[in-house]
Write a protein that binds this ligand. Structure first.
Ligand SMILES: [Zn+2]
Length: 297
């Protein structure tokens, strides 16, 4: 994987990604000078790096994504900055504390930070409390069987330990199992305007055993409103086809896992919300109609 190029402006947001979502022990490597020079109190100019002031992350207590504010470390003047350590002592581990801005829950993250302006720098998350999530979002969970849920926890356990190859294998198993369900959801989307001709082949494709055939088909009938800027999230799932995975490293597979997980979450969430809303609407209409006939008789 090519190293990212960062500067002092782009570093905090990149670090926030590592803080929030990266597995433990995955090495975040980058090049570029990310240092800023601040006026220290009596010690003259100290090169520092700026930490993210805030990060967006799911809050277990609020049950939704919240903004989290960096509480520690802060400089004497209150800036979210830490000094760059000299090369001889570059093994330093820093504890970062973020508080949920809504409920004040605490997130602690431990980072091994090794900044080398002019060479490759590296940040590794070596600890986190509370642990990275192992549960799917409620709407995704409602689209899974009990067996799927067990496999999903295994998938996230592997992903969060940077075992991307295993995580992808679990995810593929779950998606293979739920593809027919997703196909039905897509086919019954309120305005499936994507390809009416293709819809006629639904039952035939559902019988098909080939993973990539089903993905192709699902991508084809996905309503255009679920395609973001022309990008088809279902097509992302092609990366789970085994041929594409053979030569990939654990790190690459974590990236594939994350993008496929996002795609599935997005599609299932949007389709299920519409589907459930329609069902609720139809039920409400039924109740109203029953009341009406009740009044007449
Ligand atoms: Zn909260």
């Amino acid at each position: 994987m090519a190293e990212r190029v960062l500067d002092a402006n782009t570093f905090p947001a990149a670090l926030a990604e590592v803080v929030v979502g990266w597995p433990l022990y995955r090495r975040f490597k980058f090049v570029g000078d990310v240092s800023v020079v601040t006026i220290g109190s009596g010690r003259g100019k100290t090169p520092c790096v700026t930490l993210p002031e805030e990060a967006a992350r799911y809050c277990e207590r609020c049950k939704t994504v919240q903004r989290w504010r960096l509480v520690k470390p802060r400089t004497n003047f209150g800036y979210a900055q830490i000094p760059i350590i000299e090369e001889e002592e570059d093994e330093e581990i820093r504890a970062l504390r973020f508080d949920c801005k809504n409920c004040e829950s605490v997130l602690m993250v431990f980072l091994k930070i090794d900044i080398n302006p002019g060479r490759v720098s590296e940040v590794v998350k070596v600890g986190q409390y509370p642990a990275l999530e192992l549960e799917p979002s409620p709407i995704l969970a409602s689209a899974m069987t009990k067996e799927n849920l067990i496999l999903y926890r295994h998938a996230l356990t592997c992903r969060n330990s940077n075992f991307g190859i295993a995580a992808v294998a679990y995810l593929r198993r779950i998606i293979e199992d739920r593809l027919n369900y997703v196909l039905d959801l897509i086919a019954t989307a309120p305005e499936n305007e994507a390809d009416p001709e293709a819809l006629k082949r639904l039952s035939e494709v559902k019988m098909d055993k080939r993973f990539s055939e089903k993905i192709d088909y699902a991508a084809r009938i996905l309503p255009t409103r679920l395609r973001l800027g022309g990008h088809n999230p279902i097509a992302t799932l092609h990366d789970l086809a085994s041929e594409a995975l053979h030569a990939k490293s654990d790190e690459d597979c974590v990236e594939i896992f994350d993008s496929c997980k996002l795609a599935v979450e997005y599609v299932v969430k949007r389709l299920k919300e519409d589907h459930d809303e329609d069902a609720a609407y139809q039920n409400a209409m039924k109740v109203l109609a029953a009341k009406k006939t009740g009044r007449k008789t």
